[in-house]
Ligand binder design. Structure first.
Ligand code: SAH
Ligand code: SF4
Ligand code: F3S
Length: 461
């Protein structure tokens, strides 16, 4: 695999300057996972690089870009709903450019649908074309404004040094690998994001250093399966090794990462988290389901027993560690008994957070061919039971923090008036009274109570 460097597109920058008297404004909205949010920051960076400004309302924009997600049907419906709502805006403002990119656009049937039914969408391009956006805009202008719906192209190379416009000054996203090779049978991601590709450790380190130097306090390493980081690289390195490399950097920061696939999360990784105080004591370890029969049908390649062994090992080595997980309810063929095993597992592990989804059929995946006879009503009813159980667990984890002194990274305003909220390294969130100047800094708080899953605290420093 080849790495190339982003090149500033001077011709596109010139075209922007000629077409607009003042810098045109772009509204870029990302749906879906953090990987997509991170891509969105690069889309913005690339636009700024050719002279665009950014705006936060579609009404003010000269260019609207939806960076889409295809993981569940609902995600796609939302995008189509929001795109449909732009029709009248486009009618009032004919010069407006409307574009779609990201995971949905990787599917040929979506591009066809845009072509046939959304004539006011001007631009469509895939996940591997972020660096090409200036060239696409230029091509569109040179073609007299004709629509440009590019079928996505597979790419062998990795593009480094793409300009980034970061949303937060103190929390940074840092992709370490792209794509996924796992082909869980329900999942569209490997089809839309392509094969796994790791960034070189030196490129990751360079971006990491930039983040630390800019004052970033929390850096989240991103990948669909960070634990397979390093495969295919010239340098022999795995994810645990990458964490060690980064932690050797001096500075006032913490590291988080997601997502870990349980089949690849090694004991070595746990040992590194235990040894490095800058790596947060929280592991997002999506289990998906608590039945070995369903796990096999999902092609997850671990058993409940192996999963629990890993959790036990982590608990032993990293006192105070918390876990979070994703669960799919109602996978094709899931029986009441399978679901009861999921409840049992959730109870056993005691997750601090759970992200729960009702199975959504994605055409092209293997699960889409499996018979799915469980009525929707039954799936929603299972979901309600899971949520009720999880709520109890999460509340008791929060309650167990009362009386503790902890450090938080202050993220922003809380739910209550005059309150701020901050995240503990174990990913729980505390609310406390303090002045705005604390946002983006570490603070010490004392936990006085818990309201549901939200810790109530007092600032002690
Ligand atoms: N790479 C990550 C997750 C990517 S998608 C991992 O392996 O954990 C995020 C979550 O969406 C998945 O963990 C899964 O719980 C959920 N998901 C993916 N495809 C889905 C589908 N077809 N229906 C419902 N949920 C799905
Ligand atoms: Fe999807 Fe599985 Fe890959 Fe995660 S590991 S992105 S769930 S195929
Ligand atoms: Fe969605 Fe693509 Fe992420 S499908 S979850 S935005 S990788």
């Amino acid at each position: 695999m080849q790495t190339i460097h982003f090149i500033h597109n001077e011709a596109a920058a010139k075209a922007v300057a000629e077409r607009y008297e003042t810098p045109p404004l772009a509204f870029v909205h990302s749906y879906g996972c953090q990987q997509n949010v991170s891509d969105g920051e690069r889309l913005k960076g690339v636009l700024i690089d050719i002279g665009y400004g950014l705006c936060s309302r579609p009404e003010d924009a000269d260019l609207i870009l939806f960076n889409t997600c295809a993981v569940r049907e609902h995600a796609e419906q939302r995008v189509f709903g929001n795109v449909g709502a732009l029709k009248s805006l486009k009618a009032q403002k004919p010069g407006l450019i409307i574009g779609l990119c990201g995971c949905m656009v990787q599917q040929p049937q979506i591009v066809e649908k845009l072509r046939a039914s959304y004539p006011f969408v001007d631009l469509a391009f895939g996940v591997n074309a972020i660096d090409q956006l200036p060239a696409l805009l230029l091509e569109k202008w040179q073609n007299g404004g004709k629509r440009l719906l590019k079928p996505p192209k597979a790419r062998e190379d990795l593009v480094e040094k793409i300009p980034v416009h970061r949303e937060s000054a103190f929390r940074g996203w840092l992709p370490v690998m792209y794509g996924c090779d796992n082909f869980c049978t329900y999942c569209i991601v490997p089809y839309v994001r392509g094969r796994e590709r790791s960034r070189s450790p030196m490129d990751v380190l360079a971006e990491f250093r930039e983040l630390v130097a800019s004052g970033c306090k929390e850096i989240t390493l991103l990948g669909q399966n960070v634990n397979s980081y390093g495969k295919g690289l010239e340098e022999p390195i795995d994810f645990a090794g990458l964490l060690q490399l980064l932690c050797a950097e001096p500075g006032d920061y913490h590291i988080r990462f997601m997502t870990s696939h349980p089949k690849d999360a090694s004991r070595r990784l746990i040992d590194v988290i235990a040894a490095e105080p800058r790596v947060c004591r929280h592991l997002h370890l999506p289990v998906q389901c608590g039945s070995n029969r369903i796990l096999a049908r999902m092609n997850r390649r671990y058993t409940v027993e192996q999963y629990l062994e890993l959790i036990d090992y982590a608990r032993q080595k990293i006192p105070g560690i918390t876990f979070s997980s994703d669960i799919i309810v109602g996978f094709p063929g899931e029986t009441e008994e399978d679901f009861a095993q999921t409840l049992e597992l959730v109870q056993k592990v005691g997750y601090a957070q759970l992200f729960t989804f009702i199975y959504s059929r994605r055409s092209g995946t293997r699960a889409a061919e499996m018979e799915d006879i469980t009525p929707r009503r039954e799936k929603t009813e299972r979901m309600a039971r899971l949520l009720a159980l999880q709520d109890k667990i999460a509340c008791s984890i929060a309650a167990a923090h009362v009386g503790q002194a902890c450090e938080v990274l202050v993220e922003g305003f809380g739910r209550q008036e005059k309150a701020l909220c901050g995240r503990l390294d174990n990913n729980l969130v505390a609310e406390f009274a303090a002045g705005e100047e604390w946002i983006g800094r570490y603070a010490r708080v004392f936990v006085t109570g818990a309201r549901g899953t939200m810790l109530q605290a007092e600032l002690t420093r």
